[in-house]
Ligand binder design. Structure first.
Ligand SMILES: Nc1ncnc2c1ncn2[C@@H]1O[C@H](COP(=O)(O)OS(=O)(=O)O)[C@@H](OP(=O)(O)O)[C@H]1O
Length: 258
């Protein structure tokens, strides 16, 4: 039954499939100001949860209400899709034409961001440097995720490269309008999001916000990061060197931090 749903004509779907802690929320929020785009306000976890998946595509689509008649592209973001084993096949079966948006950033910064989130949830937690000093540091999920190619390979089995778009999460912080222009072009949309739509907020460590009410992200985004030792950085740099080189080839991208 769930495979028999026919999407309404003229409605296309894009999904921000990840990556966790790379700026997925900022990207979705910024895209939501485009007149043609409707977004899901929460992470839907439809394709990575067996229970949610049983609700079927009709349920999924109902989670993304269309508020304006101009809206014809619906977008949701669930960062765990990128690393979830079942998700690529499920999306390929149900939404074979979906456009996949993948935001990635410097894996070291990403690992620190993931670590800060974990530390906030636990009362006692080792420092980042101690955490990386252990011999099995590459097995820690926050470190592993930053080796993006391991997961990207799986996606490329189900989707051609031209159905994917990579966003530079570092540049989204410094020049959001540039990254958004690329996304709008990828989605075949006229460019409606411009430099004037943004300002940099000194109260949010200089992160960009939209020039509108509630235009900044919430307090759980843009957290303070710990300063890390050179030794830690070098260790992570060595680990990510091969991953990044593979990424450059596999994704055919050339971001400044790769
Ligand atoms: N404009 C703006 N405002 C605030 N934060 C911004 C922005 N752009 C990118 N970022 C970075 O996004 C990081 C959080 O990424 P995600 O939204 O993908 O996190 S999550 O996976 O949904 O938890 C978040 O990570 P932390 O700095 O560790 O909080 C930010 O570095």
């Amino acid at each position: 039954e769930i495979f028999s749903y026919n999407p309404p004509k003229n409605l296309s779907q894009a999904i921000i499939i990840g990556v966790k802690k790379c700026g997925t929320r900022a990207l979705l929020k910024f895209l939501s100001i485009h007149p043609a785009i409707a977004v899901a306000s929460t992470e839907l976890h439809f394709f990575d949860s067996y229970t949610n998946f049983q609700h079927g595509l009709q349920w999924y689509r109902a989670q993304i209400p269309i508020n304006r008649s101009s809206q014809h592209i619906i977008i949701e973001k669930t960062p765990s899709y990128f690393i979830n084993k079942s998700t690529p096949l499920r999306i390929a079966r149900l939404l074979p034409d979906a456009q996949l948006i993948i935001i990635i950033r410097d894996p070291i910064t990403r690992a620190i961001s993931d670590y800060v989130q974990l530390r906030n949830r636990h009362r006692f937690y080792p420092s980042f440097d101690d955490w990386i000093s252990s011999s099995n540091f590459t097995q820690r999920t926050p470190v592993k995720i930053g080796c993006y190619t391991q997961y990207l390979r799986r996606w490329l089995k189900y989707f051609p490269r031209h159905q994917m778009h990579f966003v530079d999460g570092e540049n989204l912080i410094h020049h959001p309008w540039e990254e958004l222009e690329h996304v709008q072009t990828f989605l075949n949309l006229p460019v409606r999001i411009h430099r004037e739509d943004f300002y940099f907020n000194p109260n949010k460590y200089g992160f960009p916000c939209l020039r509108q009410t509630n235009g900044c992200l919430g307090l759980n985004k843009g957290r303070r990061h710990p300063v890390i030792a050179n030794q830690t950085r070098n260790k992570l740099n060595d680990f990510y060197l091969t991953c990044n080189a593979k990424l450059k080839r596999l994704a055919q991208i050339n971001f400044s931090w790769i």
